[in-house]
Design a protein around this ligand. Sequence first.
Ligand code: HEC
Ligand code: HEC
Length: 351
Amino acid sequence: MRKTVILGLTAMALLVIISWMNAPKKPHPIAFSIPKGWPQPAYDFKSNPLTEEGFALGKKLFYDVRLSKDNSISCGTCHQQFAAFTTFDHPLSHGINNQQTTRNAPALQNLAWQTNFMADGGITHLDLQPLAPITAENEMAETLENVIAKIKSDKAYQTMFLSAYGDANINTQRVGKALSQFMLLMISSNSKYDKVMQGRDSFNLPEKLGYGIFQQKCASCHPAPLFTDNQYRNAGLSQDDVLKDLGRMRITNQPADSLKFKVPSLRNIALTAPYGHDGRFFALSNVFDHYRKQMVLGPTTDPQFNNRLPLSNFEIGQLKAFLNTLTDSVFIRDPRFSEPGAAAGPGNHGH
Ligand code: HEC
Ligand code: HEC
């Protein structure tokens, strides 16, 4: 009698151990830390809890050329780390067969604080953003069906989906969420400006003067700490004859939104030339010339620009010095976000 009980207990213990060994390991949570003095992020992390495994999967997807039709273009082709994840030196990015996009690739940074994406805010959730470039004819030109099929046939992905989600189910929703996990952690908050604000560094004279001018003339639309108010505004850029981009009006159909574009963040601005929603300004000097001389004043131009934005050469010099303090060299070299096996640098870009 006692023997059977002992045997039974041993068998049960063994079963427990075996099932414990076979159960998928729980993914390891990553804490999202908000830089000091920043607002709460807008992203709902409860719907997509950050984990080491989800992040690693998102990173693999971000740099995977198989997300495009001819296996030639990844997200990282257009969003290059050394350029704060814009396309280095390109007004418009190249997609499949060298077709061009119709807008300049924006920096990818601090996305957790944004609720609308793209220059016209046409995408309202970060998890949905990847579906646009994957399926756009002039970007990755692939179908979601094919992408999922390619991913499903890859052993490494099967293991990664299992460890990120607890089961091997592979679908577009999970692809979107994993890419979000990777991009949400791209936080740029380590610039000289940040160190000065934390009392760990100080501005030199031109930077300090530039900061003062910035507070007066720019911060109403490009406020710290994100250096954007996330609103849509017409900054007086004339409509391009070929692209005929109406901006926010494309989404809302409201004539009042004609030629309004999302105010871009100025973090890492020294790295993200060319500028403007269609990349028409090759250098910061061109942006300043636009603000003080070339602005087209139309019915929807921001009322703050009724007199354009007068700036002296002296002020421009100081402003440039200040804007340079927004460069975050930790962010653009952070190995967590780097393409595996690639040497970072302008010399390494494809076209
Ligand atoms: C062919 C170049 C190209 C590829 C490939 C590409 N993007 Fe983009 N991306 C762009 C351009 C251009 C925009 C801006 C579009 C607009 O404003 O209309 C953009 C916008 C974005 C935004 C919005 C950022 C913001 O601040 O509004 C995110 C996020 C993004 N891309 C992520 C991705 C991901 C993830 C992938 C891979 C699945 C990807 N991109 C592939 C060119 C590209
Ligand atoms: C009334 C709001 C407003 C004010 C004030 C303002 N900006 Fe802007 N800024 C914008 C908008 C909107 C855009 C995007 C324009 C577009 O692409 O159509 C922009 C774009 C830019 C860009 C290009 C960024 C990029 O990534 O393409 C730079 C640089 C810039 N602004 C700097 C400044 C500076 C410096 C000042 C102060 C001298 C300033 N802005 C004042 C609204 C404003």
